[in-house]
Design a protein around this ligand. Sequence first.
Ligand SMILES: Nc1ncnc2c1ncn2[C@@H]1O[C@H](COP(=O)(O)OP(=O)(O)OP(=O)(O)O)[C@@H](O)[C@H]1O
Length: 264
Amino acid sequence: MRWNGGDADHPDSVDSADHADIPGSGTSGARLALDGVGRRYGAGESAVTALSGVSLRVEGAAFIVILGPSGCGKTTLLNLVGALDTPTCGTVTLDGADLAGASRRRRREVRRRTVSFVFQSFNLFPALTAGENVRFGADAAGRGQARETTERLLAEVGLGHRADHFPHQLSGGEQQRVAIARALATGNPILLADEPTGELDFGTGVQILALLRAQADAGRTVLVVTHNREIARVADRVVELSSGHVVADGPPPDGSIPVSDLRW
Ligand SMILES: Nc1ncnc2c1ncn2[C@@H]1O[C@H](COP(=O)(O)OP(=O)(O)OP(=O)(O)O)[C@@H](O)[C@H]1O
């Protein structure tokens, strides 16, 4: 699902023809493939193997939870999918584009057109208002129609009336809703969220999950990292990691429930 089209008047406006080979241009959801992926940090005796032999496929829109205990490699996996990092071995492809062997410039372009990020600690720009934070997402991706997109998305996350407020004037849950709106403003088909409810109380966390779930239902590929097994129950698919290996991949092992039935 595309959130906005081109805008010839926008200075960063991108002609889609220039980006025909960039993943995410004109797709609904994403086609992602990891084959035999490993990631080691450091060398010699102090080397750490964060991921080993990870293979998985994602086709189109879905709400996918990457589940596992602290240190099992969840963030490392998200960084590889998000073209922030490259594997030590194996291949990562996004809509057919090889990320493992890509130059930094190529990965930057893939990030710009394909993925957006939501973090545990919100990571809003403190000196920018909620509206400016959201607009930053639209501008960074060069999607055009930034003002309209910002207004629409802030309203969609229930914060249309707080556009001029700074992050320190918002609650944690409100800040995370702004962060999600900023991610959506990119118009990119993949949304990557690293422990997005980690700093929120239960009720607020449920609101955020409902918002993320709705993005998958609207056609995005949403990957949420968590150590919380209950959260995994609202996913379409759960990829469980243990010590850098995929140990399960399928429907929620403890059974599926709607977001409204969550308890943790
Ligand atoms: N830059 C790095 N240098 C060395 N080791 C690293 C680096 N980044 C991560 N690691 C190690 O790789 C392993 C996996 O880390 P990762 O952050 O991916 O796990 P995680 O499952 O996301 O953990 P958490 O839930 O605590 O955030 C851990 O043992 C970690 O210490």
